[in-house]
Structure formats: structure tokens, C-alpha cells
Design a protein around this ligand. Structure first.
Ligand code: KG4
Ligand code: ZN
Length: 352
């Protein structure tokens, strides 16, 4: 089956066509992503109203390009999938409404996709891995461990009690006068910095839980920066390196504990850790995770970075996975600003 996937929940306007064969293998036929980075640059963060308007302006053209690049006509599609939440509601409405219009006009099923489920299932598209597995989602809006049992069946094991990890990178970048998105900038600065110069806190780390907290760490960075202001280039690099070290350590310690829980809960099951979300691009975090995986005897799966960040292919794939199980949604499906992966309305009953 060939599925069109539409993603408009944040600041990427994206459309892709993915094919799923009878054996459950996926192929990306096209994957068009347009970042709104420049439109929001002057404001130091994503402006929801501007994001929604920009999705309106660009989405039609991006869908057309996705069809052209895949050499697939709209009439040849088997379903239309769109992110229906969670996210900035104006943007979600643009994508979901477009998908509904296409579904109605073409007479093809609509699949309303949970954006987090799309991140969670990407490793099955890229690496064909089987269920169950542990996912670490670290993006601009989310930081959580999720046990992925099967499509539509998730258990959240921990999440952030304040800032998301990507958000923490972005805020640290902002207070150091670096550009947005902050993650790549902080990582670049960190390369030439001395990570041992500042000893930043590792919030919650001593507690026996899988949750994260990054707000105190961010405040510690701010206080350290204020204390030595004005900052030299060296200061900025050292702060970035010290911050990144703290974060990488937090992620490693938590991931080790999450893998221990996986072993306890699912004895005899192959240990698999999948990373998703934009922060997966960070090399220091990736190296730490690889070490953790090696020590635990786990397989670490990090999809190519273009599929870790927001894109249409993950939405198309999640749509295809749901459709293959007979799930489709009505045109009255409401966009959701909030929609937890482990909520009751993930909408699949595993009767078989
Ligand atoms: O998944 P994503 O593209 O968007 C959503 O939030 O859904 O993630 C974007 C986040 C931003 O906060 C960005 O700063 C962060 O991922 N990020 C990074 C890196 N590249 C992107 N954080 C740390 N290191 C990076 N190399
Ligand atoms: Zn995302």
C-alpha cells in the first residue's frame, strides 16, 4: 500500500509517500520537508500563528512535490495520513484538514496519526525491528522513555517534569547569545570547550525513577554565565561543553536504568533501545548511549537524523502500520493539542 503522510505540528511543513509491502517492509518513495526556521528566527522561537499561516501557504505545493518525486498520482494512493496531535493546534489543523479534504475528494481512508507514535514507529521503517522495544524520545517538545509493545500499545516509563531536552539546549543557546535551534549550536561550541570547567547539577539523578528535569540545570547555566559575564568565546565553549556533559551523563544513567527495567519486565526479550527526536543528532549523547547499549547487551537503533527530526515519512509509515491493522479514522476526528501515547484514545483494539 502507498500512503501519503502530512506533518504540520510544529515548524516543519512536510509531506512524504511511503510504501508498505505485504511483509510489512517499508520504502520511502519521497520525503519533502520545508523548515520554517528563517520565518521564526527574529523571534527566538516558534510563533504558533506564523507557523500555521506558513503551513497554509506551503503545504499544497509540498504535497505536489512529494507526489512528483515519488512518481505517484493522488489517485494511486491507498490512504492519507496526517499528524492529528500533539502539537501547535493551528498547524495541526492545517495538516489534518488538508488530509480530510484529500480523503473525501479521493474516496481514500484517512488515518489520524499521533505524532509521538510516528516517532516511535520510525525504527520499524528504517531498520525493520520487531516489537517490543524501548524508545527514548528526545526532541524540542518531549523527553520520555516509552515501552513500545506494538502499534497503538505504549507504556510511558518516564518523562520530563519541566523542560524537554531539546528545549533545554535551545534555552541555553539563547542565553549564551547563540542562534536557534540551539542544539546544533551548543554541540558545535562544545567541541572546543573544556567540559570539566563547570560542574553543573544532574537534577533528579539520585532518585530511583525514570523521569527527567532540565530546568534546574538550565538555571545553573544561566547563573554561571552571569557570574563571569561578559563572556569570552572560550567561556561560551566551556559552558556548552560542561552543559552537554551533564546532559549526556543524565541520559546515559537513565537509559541504563530503563534497560534494567525492560529486562525485569520482559525477561528473555531481546534488548532494543531506539532513539527518536531531534536531539538524537547529538554525537556526545549518541556515544554515551552506544556505551550504555554495549554494557547492557542491547541493540541501539538510531534512525538517520533526517528521520529522527520531524518529517512526513514517519507519519505516512505510522498511517500504513495502522491501516494494515484495519484502523482508519472518520472525517470528524478532532485535532488534539495534547495527546499522550499511553492515553486510552490511541484507538486500536488488538482483538486478534
Ligand atoms: O524532533 P525535532 O526536530 O522537533 C520536535 O521538537 O518535534 O527536535 C528539535 C530539537 C530542537 O530543540 C533542537 O535544538 C534539538 O532538537 N537538536 C539538538 C541537536 N540537533 C537538534 N539538540 C542537541 N544536539 C543536536 N545536535
Ligand atoms: Zn517531533
Amino acid at each position: 500500500m502507498r500512503v501519503l503522510g502530512i506533518e504540520t505540528s510544529c515548524d516543519e511543513t512536510a509531506a512524504a509517500i511511503v510504501m508498505r509491502d505485504a511483509d510489512g517492509r517499508g520504502t520511502i518513495l519521497s520525503n519533502v520537508v520545508r523548515s520554517q526556521l528563517e520565518e521564526h528566527a527574529a523571534y527566538g522561537g516558534v510563533v504558533p500563528e506564523l507557523a500555521a499561516r506558513s503551513h497554509v501557504t506551503h503545504l499544497d505545493h509540498i504535497i505536489r512535490r512529494a507526489c512528483e518525486e515519488a512518481d505517484v498520482r493522488l489517485a494511486d494512493l491507498d490512504a492519507i495520513a496526517a499528524t492529528a496531535g500533539p502539537g501547535l493546534i493551528g498547524g495541526v489543523l492545517v495538516g489534518l484538514t488538508t488530509a480530510k479534504a484529500l480523503s473525501a475528494a479521493l474516496g481514500k481512508p484517512l488515518v489520524a496519526v499521533n505524532h509521538l507514535e510516528a516517532h516511535a514507529l520510525t525504527a520499524r521503517l528504517t531498520d525493520g525491528i520487531g516489537f517490543p522495544y524501548l524508545m527514548l524520545l528526545v526532541s524540542g517538545g518531549h523527553s520520555q522513555f516509552v515501552l513500545v509493545r506494538r502499534v497503538g500499545d505504549y507504556e510511558r516509563w518516564g518523562s520530563t517534569i519541566d523542560d524537554a531536552l531539546g528545549e533545554a539546549f535551545d534555552k541555553v543557546a539563547k542565553l549564551l547569545g547563540l542562534g536557534q535551534p540551539g542544539g546544533p549550536q551548543v554541540e558545535k561550541e562544545a567541541q572546543s570547550g573544556d567540559a570539566s570547567r563547570f560542574r553543573f547539577p544532574r537534577p533528579l539523578l539520585k532518585e530511583d525513577r525514570l523521569d527527567f528535569s532540565f530546568s534546574g540545570l538550565k538555571t545553573a547555566v544561566r547563573l554561571a554565565a552571569e557570574e563571569i559575564a561578559p563572556l569570552s568565546d572560550r567561556d561560551v565553549a566551556d559552558i556548552c561543553a560542561s552543559f552537554q556533559l551533564a546532559v549526556a551523563e543524565i541520559i546515559s544513567v537513565r537509559s541504563t536504568a530503563a534497560l534494567v527495567r525492560f529486562k525485569e519486565r520482559l525477561p528473555g526479550t531481546p534488548l532494543r533501545l531506539v532513539v527518536a527526536g531531534g536531539v538524537a543528532a547529538n554525537k556526545a549523547i549518541g556515544i554515551g548511549l552506544q556505551r550504555v547499549a554495549n554494557q547492557a547487551g542491547a541493540q541501539l537503533v538510531v534512525p538517520p537524523i533526517g528521520l529522527c527530526t520531524d518529517n512526513g515519512a514517519m507519519v505516512a509509515w505510522a498511517g500504513a502500520e495502522r491501516l494494515a491493522l484495519g484502523a482508519a479514522d472518520g472525517l470528524d476526528f478532532a485535532a488534539k493539542a495534547r495527546w499522550a501515547l499511553d492515553s486510552a484514545d490511541m484507538g486500536l483494539t488488538h482483538a486478534a
